[in-house]
Structure formats: structure tokens, C-alpha cells
Design a protein around this ligand. Structure first.
Ligand code: F6P
Length: 369
């Protein structure tokens, strides 16, 4: 048996998979896992396009240091990803009869057949809860939290969030000039699902006048008061940042039609607000949906750093004999938490959060006063 070059632990074979939506920093994690594992004398097998890739011999590749050269700064994932790859409920294409099948036993069998010791799963809550189900079926899993939404309770920060906030902030910066020139209300819709982190951070950093987040239901009249106040003070334009999950008091979030039985996607709040606010105030309004731009581009240095720390920590966790845990960022350090616990709670913006407080102190409206 090959001995590890740095420790006495036996050489290991790790599977590495990315699942769910892509996110800036995925490649930095992949690089970090591959290099730190190889430095221990281990092997890393990259699994392409989610868990199902395990079942296809041509989608599992031994990764070497050359494969991960020059990718720390790139967006996307060299392994590919999918958010339709739940092996417990795999969608069968319509021409194959449609419906869903459970191929999880095959995935577990193939994991063992390949002689893998551990599976590093880089994903958000959906992918990590699939990983947790696979762990229950006997696959030793190490989770790495990924999402631009920053909505996993067990970690104070997920990589991808910093880049998404940077992209959204740059967009808000650019919109100021056109909003001021035309004396318009510009409404920017940002991602984040059921949490308002991206809207709050980019809204405050971009100097928005109104920030709408799912955690604080808004009233149109309250937003209108803020707009009138700006016009009264001869600031004849306004920037509103709306999280895609924001909703009015007593109202519902806006969803797009769902595809193939998938979880419905949020979207449409900015357009709706533009119509409603124009009717209510008479001000000229325009809306913009930033969409998947927020998931693209080069990861910021902060995301590259966090991703690199997470990847190396995942390998260290395996070296220490850990399984079914997720690496997490807590109190400026990287730690591990039980996978079950990590996926059990969504992290929303606390209402007493000091960023909300500071924004209110500066006169930013959350549409609730
Ligand atoms: O979870 C990340 C995220 O980008 C959300 O902010 C957004 O609601 C969703 O994914 C969009 O998913 P899709 O890739 O299916 O369009």
C-alpha cells in the first residue's frame, strides 16, 4: 500500500464532485483539494456533472496537478455541475418515459467499486442534503459549503457570496449615473433565494436608497414615502435593490413557472415593483434583473481564500479520519460541523443585524416604516 508522503496515514482515494448551481470559487476548492491530497500521496478522482457522473466511467477522471493549474481565478467548475442530478429522484427524460427513478444504490455501489475512501461534495443545501442521504447509505462524505446566497446556518460565510456582492455592487454603481441623468427610479433585482444577504450587502455598499429583503416584508406606501422624500430634497432619482425573495406585507414571493417538477425559481419582483411604484408615485421607473451574472466571473480574493481554506480543510478532515461532516467558517477559523446539522437550518438575515441598523441610521428604507 502506498504510504502518504507527509503522514503515516494510508494513501487514500478521494472522489470529488460539484453539485447544484455553479458559484465563483468552485475551481479554487477543486485546486486546493487536489493539490493538498496529492501532497499527502493520495489520489483524487473528479466526478463530472454531479453524483450521477459516478455511474459513467468516462465521467470519472484521476486529477493531477496539471489539471488544476491556472484555475484559482476562474469562475464555474472544471467538473461541470447540474441541479437535476439527485440520484434519489433522478429525472427521466420524456423520450425515456419521463418520471423519476432512484439510482442511489447504484451510486453507492459504484463508489465502492471504484475503491474510493471518501467523497468530497461541494454544494449548497440541496446538494449537501443529497450527500447526507448518501452518507446514511454508507458513503463517507465531507461537505464543502458553496452558494452565492450565503444562506447556510452552520457557516458564517460561503464562498461565492463575496463575488456576487461585488458584481451586484458594481452594477448599482453604474446605475446611479443613468438614474440621476433621467430622474428615474431604478430597481435592481438580485439573487439570494429566501435570504436577503446579497441584497443587503450590495445595497449598503452601493449606496441604495431602498433595500427589500425576504426577512422584512415591505409596504409600497412606505417605499413611496422614501421616494417622495428624495424628490422633496431635490435628489430626483432613486436606487432600489430588491432581493428576488422579497415580498409585501401579507403578500407572496414571485415565482417563475416551474420546469420539469423542479423547485420553482424566484424572479419578477423588480418588474412588478416598477409597475406598482410608477402607478403609485408617477415617477418614471425601470427594472433590471442581474440574474446569473452574479454567479459568473472571477472569484474575488476573499472567495479564493475561503475556497482554498475549505478545500485544504476537507482533506485534513479526511486525514483525521472524519466523515459526514461539513467544513465551515466560524469565528475567523475553519472548523467542521456534522453534515446533518449543517443542512438543517437556513441562515436568514437577523432583524437586529448591525448592517440593517447601520443602513437605517443612514436613512435607507427597508420598506417597512
Ligand atoms: O442558489 C443559488 C441561486 O443562484 C439562487 O440565488 C437562485 O435563486 C437560483 O440559484 C437560480 O437557480 P438556477 O441556476 O436554476 O437558475
Amino acid at each position: 500500500m502506498i504510504q502518504s508522503s507527509k503522514s503515516n496515514s494510508h494513501a487514500k482515494k478521494i472522489g470529488l464532485v460539484t453539485g447544484g448551481g455553479d458559484c465563483p470559487g468552485l475551481n479554487a476548492v477543486i485546486r486546493s483539494v487536489v493539490i493538498s491530497a496529492i501532497n499527502l500521496g493520495w489520489e483524487v478522482y473528479g466526478i463530472e456533472r454531479g453524483f450521477e457522473g459516478l455511474l459513467h466511467r468516462n465521467r470519472v477522471h484521476l486529477l493531477n496537478t496539471y489539471d488544476v493549474r491556472g484555475i484559482i481565478h476562474t469562475g464555474g467548475t472544471i467538473l461541470g455541475t447540474t441541479n437535476r442530478g439527485n440520484p434519489f429522484k433522478l429525472q427521466v427524460p420524456a423520450d425515456g418515459g419521463g418520471g423519476v427513478v432512484d439510482i442511489s444504490d447504484k451510486v453507492v455501489e459504484q463508489f465502492h467499486h471504484l475503491g474510493l475512501d471518501s467523497l468530497v461534495v461541494i454544494g449548497g443545501d440541496g446538494t449537501l442534503s443529497i450527500a447526507s442521504d448518501l452518507a446514511r447509505k454508507g458513503i463517507p462524505v465531507i461537505g464543502v459549503p458553496k452558494t452565492i446566497d450565503n444562506d447556510l446556518m452552520a457557516t458564517e460565510m460561503t464562498f461565492g457570496f463575496s463575488t456576487a456582492v461585488t458584481t451586484a455592487t458594481e452594477a448599482i454603481d453604474k446605475l446611479h449615473a443613468t438614474a440621476a441623468s433621467h430622474e428615474r427610479v431604478m430597481i435592481v433585482e438580485v439573487m439570494g433565494r429566501y435570504a436577503g444577504w446579497i441584497a443587503l450587502y450590495s445595497g449598503v455598499a452601493g449606496g441604495a436608497d431602498v433595500i427589500l429583503i425576504p426577512e422584512i416584508p415591505y409596504q409600497l406606501e412606505s417605499i413611496a414615502r422614501k421616494l417622495h422624500d428624495r424628490w422633496r430634497r431635490k435628489r430626483n432619482f432613486a436606487i432600489i435593490v430588491a432581493a428576488e425573495g422579497a415580498a409585501p406585507v401579507g403578500g407572496q414571493m414571485i415565482f417563475k413557472a416551474s420546469e420539469d417538477g423542479r423547485e420553482p425559481r424566484l424572479g419578477g419582483i423588480a418588474e412588478q415593483l416598477a409597475v406598482d411604484l410608477n402607478k403609485l408615485t408617477g415617477y418614471e421607473t425601470r427594472s433590471l434583473v442581474l440574474g446569473h451574472l452574479q454567479r459568473g466571473g472571477q472569484p474575488t480574493p476573499a472567495d479564493r481564500l475561503l475556497a482554498t481554506r475549505f478545500g485544504a480543510a476537507a482533506v485534513r478532515a479526511i486525514e483525521c479520519g472524519k466523515k459526514n461532516v461539513m467544513v465551515a467558517y466560524q469565528s475567523s477559523a475553519i472548523t467542521t460541523v456534522p453534515l446533518e446539522e449543517a443542512i438543517s437550518k437556513r441562515k436568514q438575515v437577523p432583524l437586529d443585524y448591525d448592517v440593517i441598523r447601520s443602513a437605517r441610521d443612514l436613512g435607507v428604507s427597508f420598506g417597512d416604516e
